[in-house]
Write a protein that binds this ligand. Structure first.
Ligand code: GUN
Length: 282
């Protein structure tokens, strides 16, 4: 079987180049897209992600500010800060890097972000809008998957989509987005019995559980489209996905690699959402 490898890094570069042009055009209309990122404590992985987000924003002309707060920052202080960003006419996107320290109530914090500046798409208003098919800020990883499938000409209409993983950040919203595109969606998760009985039925299989090489050749139907959201660091420093890529790559019709698959699309969609927020707020 001739298999198409869906390279997110290639698609991300192309989208970022278009976004850069869009930012230039907004600036001509005196709209200067601005993203604020807040990070609390010293989680190494979070610091790296935030640095990458800031650099990516600046590369396409979005101004960004990173607020690095101490681990013992109070919930009220954080919420007050968010309220200031909500009211600041020059701030279009607000991102609170997760996870938060244990003493801070994540739900209260996310709900304090204005839904119009919620470039992560985590506010219940945006989650609700997605669920009833209204225009919403959509979470970045699932939106990146949708754009990647679009680029490679994969339509979900009438297809059986199987989503493995039911997180609020990836699994649940990607299933809803594809349902909105007229797919038939099945969700599987850690308590699903006989997982492969379901995955083998998938025309489009999306795996987002963080379990290295969970999906083997026996788990897929020939000719299926496979999207791997996994990102596990092995002891030797290598990054692998939830899918045994080498085994599957001659069996399926389309597959994303890890790295260079879904990953680069996520930050690109954060940039996309920030520009969208700037346009909507002006
Ligand atoms: N931590 C890990 N992924 C994400 C994300 O997409 N957004 C935020 N805010 N925090 C995260």
């Amino acid at each position: 079987m001739s298999t198409t490898i869906m390279y997110g890094n290639v698609v991300a570069d192309q989208i970022r180049s278009n976004l850069k042009t869009e930012v230039e055009q907004l600036k001509e209309k005196a709209i200067f897209p601005r993203l604020v990122v807040v990070i609390i404590g010293n989680n190494q992985a979070s610091s790296t992600y935030v640095r990458i987000k800031k650099k990516a924003a600046e590369k396409i002309g979005i101004s960004s500010a990173v607020y690095e707060l101490e681990e013992d920052t109070s919930e009220d202080y954080l919420i007050n800060l968010i309220k200031q960003f909500n009211e600041d006419l020059n701030t279009h996107g607000i991102l609170i890097q997760l996870p938060l320290p244990k003493h801070i109530n994540e739900k209260r914090v996310l709900e304090s972000i204005s839904p119009d500046k919620d470039v992560d798409g985590f506010h219940p208003i945006n989650v609700g809008r997605l669920s009833i098919g209204q225009r919403a800020f959509l979470p970045c990883t699932p939106l990146g998957i949708i754009k990647l499938l679009d680029y490679y000409g994969v339509s979900a209409q009438g297809k059986h989509v199987v989503v493995v993983g039911r997180s609020n950040i990836v699994g649940k919203p990607v299933g809803q987005m594809l349902l909105n595109q007229h797919a038939t969606v099945t969700y599987c998760h850690s308590r699903t019995k006989n997982l492969f009985d379901y995955t083998k039925q998938a025309d489009l299989l999306i795996v987002a559980v963080g379990q290295a090489h969970l999906i083997t050749k026996e788990a897929v139907k020939e000719g299926a489209v496979v999207v791997d959201v996994g990102n596990t660091f092995l002891e030797d420093g290598k990054v692998v996905g939830d899918v045994a890529f080498d085994e599957l790559k001659d069996v399926v019709s389309h597959i994303t690699p890890v790295p260079k698959g879904v990953g680069p699309m996520t930050i690109t969609m954060l940039l996309h959402n920030t520009i969208e927020a700037a346009k909507r707020l002006n």
